[in-house]
Design a protein. Structure first.
Length: 146
């Protein structure tokens, strides 16, 4: 038995009626597509641009008797203009934080651009605090998820 068809309200593509019912009249790509730029503080994030949260590089910059400063960085990806379904790395965003050697408390010194909710900072700081609890602050480390 043939299933009913409908057209996407946004792009006009022919889709199954059950897809239209489930997605409020849109095909799946149109339902989840973000067509406009997002604004976070003073940074405009263009459509398709994203900041990696699964792999964060950490590098110690300065160390004193009292504290150590760490740079943390993530790759920035955007749509690859050559392929509709691929992204490419277009840069790296960097932030800086300090860990107090006596208490293990961290302080964000320079926020990473596009790090909404300071997610990368918290992951990076957590990684360094684990090393601190083990009695050693590494020169380099990595937060990896997955």
């Amino acid at each position: 038995m043939a299933e009913g068809k409908a057209n996407c309200q946004k792009c006009g593509a022919e889709i199954l009626q059950r897809t239209a019912d489930r997605n409020r009249g849109f095909c799946v790509p149109c339902r989840y597509r973000d067509d406009g730029p997002r604004v976070t503080s003073d940074v405009v994030v263009e459509r398709g641009r994203s900041l990696d949260w699964m792999c964060i590089d950490l590098r110690r910059d300065v160390e004193t008797e009292d504290y150590a400063d760490y740079f943390f960085s993530s790759s920035v990806t955007d749509k690859d203009p050559r392929f509709t379904s691929r992204s490419m790395i277009v840069g790296h965003n960097v932030g800086l934080f300090r860990i107090n050697k006596a208490t293990g408390e961290t302080e964000l010194l320079y926020p990473m651009p596009e790090d909404e909710g300071e997610r990368r900072y918290h992951s990076a700081a957590s990684t360094i605090r684990k090393h601190w609890r083990g009695g050693k602050l590494p020169e380099m480390a990595m937060f990896a998820c997955g």
